[in-house]
Design a binder for this molecule. Sequence first.
Ligand SMILES: NC(=O)C1=CN([C@@H]2O[C@H](COP(=O)(O)OP(=O)(O)OC[C@H]3O[C@@H](n4cnc5c(N)ncnc54)[C@H](OP(=O)(O)O)[C@@H]3O)[C@@H](O)[C@H]2O)[C@@H](O)CC1
Ligand SMILES: Nc1ncnc2c1ncn2[C@@H]1O[C@H](COP(=O)(O)OP(=O)(O)O)[C@@H](O)[C@H]1O
Ligand SMILES: [K+]
Length: 476
Amino acid sequence: MRTAYSVETVRTAERELMARLPGGALMQRAAAGLAAACADLLGRVYGRRVVLLVGSGDNGGDALYAGARLARRGAGVAAVLLAPGHTHPGGLAALRAAGGTVAAPGAAEDLIDRADLVVDGIVGIGGSGGLRPGATPLAARAAGSRAAVVAVDLPSGVEADTGEVRGAAVRADLTVTFGTHKPALLVDPAREYAGTVRLVDIGLDLPSGAALEALQHADVAALLPRPAAESDKYRRGVVGIAAGSARYPGAAVLAVSGALRGGAGAVRYVGPAGQAVIARFPETLVSDRGPHRAGRVQAWVVGPGAGDDADTVAEVLAEDVPVLIDADGLRLADPGAVRARTAPTLMTPHAGEAAALLGVAREEVEEARLSSVRELAARYGATVLLKGSTTLVAAADGGPVRVNPTGTPWLATAGSGDVLSGLAGSLLAAGLPALDAGSVAAYLHGLAGRFASDGAPAGAHDVAEAIPEAWRDVRD
Ligand SMILES: NC(=O)C1=CN([C@@H]2O[C@H](COP(=O)(O)OP(=O)(O)OC[C@H]3O[C@@H](n4cnc5c(N)ncnc54)[C@H](OP(=O)(O)O)[C@@H]3O)[C@@H](O)[C@H]2O)[C@@H](O)CC1
Ligand SMILES: Nc1ncnc2c1ncn2[C@@H]1O[C@H](COP(=O)(O)OP(=O)(O)O)[C@@H](O)[C@H]1O
Ligand SMILES: [K+]
């Protein structure tokens, strides 16, 4: 499991470790890791031109000590001091002692234009609110230059705990982060600014309460349902799909296509698209008698392509089994009925649907994904999977939010969300708790999207057909 911790937790762990170590030891560990990463990126250090952008805090100190290490290996290193009266004194002395220089006022732009590497030590976990005016043109100059840009701990200007970007920020090719990932390195839009992320171990001892968790192959493999010798189709779990309408029969077909590949032993379909479903998937158990009388299921999926069928949504919400609500179902569901449920509920909105539920503009959700998904989960007393560039899954009772690491923008194709809802519903029916069902489904769906696309456009049905390959890849 990859984890990310809040600034507050990092600060506490840092204090505890510093109390046991000689002064400055942590910063030296950070600077050594940073200098090694810079050297790897440069290939050859001797004779290279390095510019350090140095702010007022320890983030600048890291940059200065790493710059000193590079200068000792023969790089030409110049520091641009953004807060000249408040520069880390030990770091500045180390740089000077190693032969590095401080840029004269007005020389920064020229130096950046000629640099091989720009190191962003403007601000780290002590920052908030986007780059300040003095730093903004330098960050833009670095982005437009041929130099590689390495961010120290975080790209300066992003919000460490939320992944929000409230103003100008540095665009890095590589971010070297210390002790643990920070949420901004895993959540868009900030994640986009970080480039490749390299984690340097500085010995921090972190508690169990991470802010974010990202499942890896081994975590998913351990959660995947697997039929045992005694299994039959009912014991494996039956998933009910209440989806589709005369207008959108395809949503039903796609949700069933995901459900058939999600580990449940059988898929029941109720709704007006039975003919289309059977034509494509003859193994589906089709009923036109509504959710109550369709036969037993261990989980329901309701909403994809449902049009205005509020009665079916209400009927499903009244069932005492796990329910996944997607698409039109999110709009049609009575919030009170969702909150009143005692069996697990998993809601799977995209940003637009989440915005409608929260009563805000879509952009507000996209700019603040983490707080949006937490807020929705708390309001509805449900597990919420927020789809999009970074897919997040939050439980109602707080705790670490799961961030999906496998997504690809090739998934942004009509109907791929329907496949996801069927897949997640199937995992619910197979017995996974809602947080696991949502995050495992997003993981497999992302991998399937990658396999189906392989760099070229793929349709939602291709994504569904690639789910078994994703499943095998995880299990290998
Ligand atoms: N934690 C650890 O384990 C380790 C941490 N280490 C390193 O220390 C870093 C944290 O250092 P830090 O605490 O000195 O804060 P830092 O980020 O340098 O900010 C300094 C000052 O900048 C200012 N400022 C605020 N916003 C701003 C903005 N938008 N743009 C510009 N300036 C802004 C604000 O001061 P103000 O000007 O408001 O008075 C703020 O106080 C951490 O990221 C890592 O690199 C490693 O060395 C070892 C292990
Ligand atoms: N930019 C993106 N990067 C990664 N995944 C994306 C992106 N945009 C959309 N997706 C994924 O594509 C799927 C689209 O689902 P959804 O918006 O419900 O579409 P539809 O309603 O057409 O099925 C979701 O799994 C979502 O996470
Ligand atoms: K930085």
